[in-house]
Design a binder for this molecule. Structure first.
Ligand code: KG4
Ligand code: ZN
Length: 348
């Protein structure tokens, strides 16, 4: 069982963790949210520069927190794809340097495989095959987990990711960035049936709808039109809580229907949810109830493991390491890479 130090810098969190198999020794995250907030979203150049400032102190802190020394660490890993290129490069350079200086093997990790492995950290008994509903700011996917490095993408969004939809609708309602947590909070006091909103169904050429794919751009446009209309009707009062609740319920229903249909069709009993939107109370409630009705098991990792962190990256790297997978020190970063192509990161 390998002990891995991993670095994650794919977006706006600088994160370092030390994990042995499925046990977390240390897990530190420095969020950059406050730096990006005034821009209403992540500014890639600011993200890379801040990673540079934070990465070394965070590596030291992760090592001190773990109580381990370099001799007890078997390999160094980092997220190498997908993500913001400049941001990824900071983590990759730090990880490669550590690997060279400490004379340890190096492993690049796919960010989405990391999100899948977050479920193993909170459910160490979980075994493939299972279905992963991955819902973050950049991705919305239904992934069939067959084995380490062996994934099948069964469903996806055709446009905006679920978290992106939360962020865009929050901006429309002047609620700030990131949008998910604040919409979630407001939705608790609103009526989810106040405004009927369209579920983004994907039509198939021969008729009917794609069972697992979805779209959120139409939903976002519908909210925009509704807000314009409501502001015209009454410029002094916008029913923000009802809008938040109706929007959140539509997203939660859409994701739940796709995930349940996919699990039933594949004969899969376990659904693990990952990514920042897994924190959403509406999604948790809908999916948990639907799973119960269909006799399926659903797992939501704790929030700290849902949002971006390096423990999930280290956990994925630990299993690859145990299987003899290693990355070349010539490995570069990639802004895009399908989760089905994870094994391209390893050449040994
Ligand atoms: O996984 P994550 O930390 O970063 C990415 O890899 O994208 O996810 C961030 C996303 C943001 O879009 C944020 O608005 C959303 O997760 N999010 C939520 C909640 N908490 C975070 N969305 C809905 N409800 C929440 N409670
Ligand atoms: Zn992520």
């Amino acid at each position: 069982m390998a002990t891995i130090l991993a670095v994650e810098t794919s977006c706006d969190e600088t994160a370092v963790a030390i994990v042995k198999n499925r046990y977390i020794y240390s897990n530190v995250v420095a969020s950059q949210i406050s730096l990006h907030q005034s821009y209403g979203g992540v500014v890639p150049e600011i993200a890379s520069r801040q990673h540079l400032v934070t990465i070394n102190p965070l590596i030291s802190k992760a090592l001190v927190d773990s109580g381990l020394n370099w001799n007890q660490i078997d390999a160094i890993a980092c997220t190498s794809a997908p993500g913001l290129v400049g941001a990824l490069l900071v983590g990759l350079s730090a990880a490669k340097t550590l690997a060279i200086v400490q004379e340890k093997p190096f492993l690049g990790v796919h960010h989405l495989e990391g999100h899948i492995y977050a479920s193993y950290l909170s459910e160490p008994e979980l075994q493939p095959p299972f279905l992963c509903l991955l819902v973050s700011g950049g991705h919305t996917s239904l992934i069939l987990v067959k084995d380490c490095g062996e994934y099948e993408s069964l469903g996806t969004t055709r446009d905006d990711a679920a978290g992106e939809a939360f962020d865009k609708v929050a901006r429309l309602l002047d609620l700030g960035y990131p949008g998910g947590p604040v919409i979630d909070r407001l939705a608790k006091t609103g009526n989810p049936e106040a405004f009927p909103l369209p579920e983004g169904k994907i039509s198939l050429p021969g008729g009917g709808y794609h069972p697992y794919d979805c779209s959120f751009s139409g939903l976002k446009t519908a909210v925009m039109r509704l807000v314009t209309q409501l502001r015209q009707d009454d410029p002094h009062h916008l029913p923000v809580a009802d809008l938040a609740a109706s929007f959140q319920a539509t997203i939660a229903r859409t994701l739940t229907q796709r995930a349940i249909a996919c699990a039933l069709d594949c004969g899969i009993k376990n659904i693990a949810v990952g990514g920042g939107v897994a924190a959403n109370s509406g999604l948790r409630a809908y999916l948990t109830e639907a799973a119960r009705q269909h006799d399926l098991q659903v797992y939501f990792p704790p929030l700290k493991l849902c949002t971006d962190n390096a423990a999930m990256i280290a956990c994925a790297a630990a299993e690859h390491f145990d299987r003899g997978h290693r990355s070349s020190l010539n490995l570069g970063v990639q802004s895009r890479l399908a989760v089905t192509e994870v094994m391209k990161l390893y050449n040994m």
